[in-house]
Design a protein around this ligand. Sequence first.
Ligand SMILES: C[S@@+](CC[C@H](N)C(=O)[O-])C[C@H]1O[C@@H](n2cnc3c(N)ncnc32)[C@H](O)[C@@H]1O
Length: 253
Amino acid sequence: MRKSVHHDRISAQYQSVSSRYDLVKNLPYAFAERETLCAALPDLTGRSVLDVACGTGYYSRLFKRLGADRVVGVDIERSMVDCAREIEEEDPLGISYEVHDAAGLPVLGEFDVVTPIWAFVHAKDAAEYDGMVARCARNLAPGGTMVALVSNPDIDLERMTAYPRYGLSITPKEKHGDLQVITIGMDVDPPVSFDGFFWPAGITEAAMAKAGLTGIRRRPDLAPGHVDGVNPKGYWTEFVENPPFALYTAERP
Ligand SMILES: C[S@@+](CC[C@H](N)C(=O)[O-])C[C@H]1O[C@@H](n2cnc3c(N)ncnc32)[C@H](O)[C@@H]1O
């Protein structure tokens, strides 16, 4: 697989953190990510799932444990896939992993659910963003659901002072037109950091519509216990009001 300079850079930064990547899933912000995602997933019992940009397979394993019959994880970065495969070897769940660039993703099958989680944000430009969404959509069975997690297009970059409480820091860097480049720092030991991208409002919905998907919806950002007030009063308020991610679902007719 030939990668562009952009994807080489992205691969390199994930390569440097692959062996520690799963640690970030223990940070508070990841609890909110999981809560938001799980609330939007259809019932996975007996279903097939294609997890695009699966990284070390954290969510692929969750989907299998939630009852999915067949789970395939794909990622552009071989070292992330190698970590996922090692975990699969140690504790087999029946998940298979392949190295693929989402921008050139072939049709791997007709999946009931396709989950590009932090995938589209890595596109090098808007045309590639559209292309990634379209290629993911082509892997859906008729009636299948795409569940896509991307950066929050409405984020207020001035209002992130509370983020360290959730194990996260976001530092704005340069802008390329509408595309805001940021550095994300994750509070694990030793710290993990990589570049991220905030895309403009409307791009995900437009790309999904162009890919022929219907029922496109942005789902609410949630955090564990926030609504019921189980966590200390106000703990999640700033996160839920200005979350770093947005979750969209859509169906293939
Ligand atoms: C923030 S991690 C998310 C991993 C996983 N989805 C999760 O949430 O734990 C982003 C992943 O996207 C992968 N990635 C970046 N660009 C990609 C592309 N063009 N095609 C496939 N995977 C890509 C990276 O290698 C990395 O594993």
